[in-house]
Design a protein around this ligand. Structure first.
Ligand SMILES: [Zn+2]
Length: 330
C-alpha cells in the first residue's frame, strides 16, 4: 500500500486531506473590505473575489469541479453579477481544477510560465492519477473485504478511505484543465468597473509561475501559496520552488504595510504573515546549516529537526521535504 501511496503526488494528497476533513456543504464568504471578499477553502486553495459594477474578478478556482461549484455558490450568495475574470495564482491543481465549474466565457489570467507548466506537469499528472488511482482503490477494497469485523474501527476507516478515493477519482475524470486566455511576464493591471487589480510576478518562490494579486483600493493582497498560514509550506523543487527566492519575496513584502493578506492556505491574516513565513524559512535554514557544519548527513538532520520546534500543522508530512529542499539549496 505504501508503494502505491508514493506514486500519488504531494498536491493530490493535500487535496485528499482537505476532502477528508469535515467540510461544510456551503462555503461562507468573508467580507474583507469594500467590494472585496475571501473564501477560506478547506478543500483547496483560498479564494478572493472582487465585485465591480461590470463583473466579478475571482482569484483561484478550488481543487476539483464540485469545489469550484461550491465557490461559485459562495460568490453568488454575495452578488448575481456575472464572473468576468478568473486569476490563477500558480499551477497547482488545488487552485485550478475547480475552473472546470466556471462559466465558459470567463477570461482566465495567469503568468506566462503557467501555460508551459500545465502542458509539462499538470496534464501528465492528471492522466497519471486517473490511471493509478483505480489500483489504489482496489487495494483499499481488498483490504476492507479482508477485515472480518465490519463494525471495527479499522473497517470503518478503510471503508471511508475507499469511498473518499472512489468519489475523488470520479471527480478527476470530469476535470477539465482550462488554459489562460491572457498571460503576462512581470506585471498586469486589470481595471473593471471602478476597481483595479494588479498582478505581479515577484520571482520564483513557491513555484516558477507564482504571482501575487494586489487590491490597491482595499490595501489587500492574495499571496497565493507564498503564504501558508499556520501550516508547513509545500516546497516542490520540481515545480520550480526555491526557498531562497521564496524568502526574498516574503521578506520584501513584509516591509510593506498591507492590511489584509489572503494566504493560499490557512485563515485570512495580515502583514505579519510575511514576517512569520520569512522567519520559518530563516530559522529552518539556520538549523540545517548548523547541523550540516557539524558533519551530519541529510538523513540525520531530518531526525534532529522535529515539528514541535515550530507552531505549525503538518498534515502532509512536508517538514522533511522542506529540510531536503533547503539542504539541497545550501
Ligand atoms: Zn501550491
Amino acid at each position: 500500500m505504501k508503494k502505491i501511496l508514493i506514486i500519488i503526488s504531494a498536491i493530490l494528497l493535500f487535496q485528499i486531506i482537505g476532502i477528508s476533513s469535515s467540510i461544510p456543504e456551503l462555503l461562507k464568504p468573508i467580507k474583507i473590505a469594500e467590494n472585496l471578499y475571501a473564501v477560506e477553502n478547506p478543500r483547496g486553495g483560498n479564494i478572493a473575489f472582487l465585485v465591480t459594477e461590470e463583473g466579478i474578478i475571482v482569484v483561484d478556482a478550488g481543487s476539483i469541479p464540485s469545489n469550484g461549484m461550491q465557490i461559485i455558490s459562495a460568490i453568488q450568495s454575495v452578488s448575481e453579477i456575472p464572473i468576468k475574470y478568473l486569476i490563477y495564482t500558480h499551477l497547482h491543481s488545488d487552485h485550478i481544477y475547480g475552473a472546470s465549474a466556471f462559466p465558459s466565457d470567463v477570461k482566465i489570467i495567469a503568468h506566462k510560465k503557467l501555460v508551459e507548466n500545465l502542458k509539462a506537469i499538470i496534464e501528465p499528472e492528471l492522466k497519471k492519477e486517473i490511471t493509478d488511482l483505480p489500483n489504489y482503490i482496489s487495494s483499499l477494497k481488498n483490504m476492507k473485504d479482508s477485515i472480518p469485523d465490519k463494525k471495527s474501527n479499522e473497517y470503518i476507516k478503510t471503508n471511508k478511505q475507499f469511498n473518499l478515493y472512489s468519489s475523488y477519482l470520479e471527480e478527476l475524470k470530469t476535470t477539465q484543465i482550462r488554459y489562460p486566455d491572457i498571460t503576462f511576464n512581470d506585471k498586469y493591471e486589470l481595471t473593471l468597473g471602478n476597481e483595479k487589480v494588479i498582478l505581479e510576478f515577484p520571482g520564483s518562490g513557491h513555484t516558477n509561475d507564482n504571482i501575487i494579486v494586489r487590491f490597491p483600493k482595499q490595501n489587500a493582497i492574495h499571496a497565493g501559496d507564498l503564504i501558508f498560514n499556520g501550516i508547513v509550506p509545500y516546497v516542490i523543487a520540481e515545480h520550480g520552488a526555491t526557498v531562497n527566492g521564496w524568502t526574498r519575496i516574503t521578506e520584501k513584502l513584509s516591509l510593506e504595510n498591507i492590511k489584509f493578506v489572503i494566504p493560499g492556505h490557512g485563515t485570512i491574516t495580515n502583514n505579519e504573515a510575511f514576517k512569520i513565513q520569512t522567519k520559518y524559512f530563516n530559522d529552518l535554514t539556520l538549523k540545517i546549516k548548523e547541523l550540516k557544519n557539524q558533519g551530519l548527513s541529510l538523513i540525520e538532520i531530518k531526525t534532529k529537526i522535529i515539528l514541535s520546534d515550530f507552531k505549525l500543522r503538518d498534515e502532509g508530512n512536508q517538514l522533511p521535504v522542506n529540510i531536503e529542499a533547503i539542504y539541497n539549496e545550501l
